[in-house]
Design a protein around this ligand. Structure first.
Ligand SMILES: [Fe+2]
Length: 190
């Protein structure tokens, strides 16, 4: 499988999980997190379209060197998918929260606009959950997320119900819904 093929299914899962998280955290949110979940990595598709074999090399390089995909892209393209995606989102005139989520889903903490920061944090969390959702929700999964990423801390600041809550408890609370999404994604695979 190529890098883009590998991420295609988690991307579709990410749309569903983003909406699920948005609804859980904001209480039946009317905000369209699904679109942001689907589009957040659009920069990857652009780089892939630009040079398919180079993108695959960048992907293999990042896996072999145990670095994140952005570092691999920068090594091979001189730019990463979030910068490409943000540029496109701005060119297309997408709503600002959508642009923020595309451009900053790996570092929502740098966004100064509170709505944009929260939106991008939900997408970062959805991205992480969808990437890991092919695994059972074991201890490794639960404890690996909040340590490295800012999303959970950001969302706790915006939602009193999350303040002081273990990430583990939150994940266990959505496990059934995430399992349903996993089933849908598995069906799409076959
Ligand atoms: Fe990304």
């Amino acid at each position: 499988m190529t890098g883009v093929q590998t991420c295609a299914l988690p991307i579709s899962a990410c749309g569903h999980i983003a909406q699920l998280l948005g609804n859980k955290i904001e209480g039946n949110s009317i905000v369209d997190y699904f679109s942001a979940g689907l589009l957040h990595d659009i920069g990857k598709l652009v780089l892939y379209k630009l040079d398919e074999s180079l993108y695959n090399e960048a992907y293999i390089f990042s896996v072999k060197n145990n670095i994140n995909s952005r570092q691999g892209e920068e090594e091979y393209f001189g730019i990463n998918h979030t910068d490409v995606g943000y540029w496109i989102a701005e060119k297309w005139g997408l709503p600002s929260n959508l642009s923020f989520s595309i451009g900053f889903h790996h570092k929502p903490e740098v966004i100064k606009d509170p709505d944009g920061e929260k939106h991008a944090a939900i997408i970062q969390l959805a991205d992480l959950v969808s990437n890991f959702s092919q695994m059972d929700f074991g201890t490794e999964f639960v404890h690996s997320i909040p340590k490295d990423e800012s999303a959970w801390g950001i969302l706790q600041q915006y939602n009193n119900d999350l303040e002081g809550m273990d990430f583990e408890r939150f994940v266990m609370g959505i496990q059934d819904e995430v399992s349903e999404i996993q089933k849908i994604v598995q069906m799409m695979k076959s």
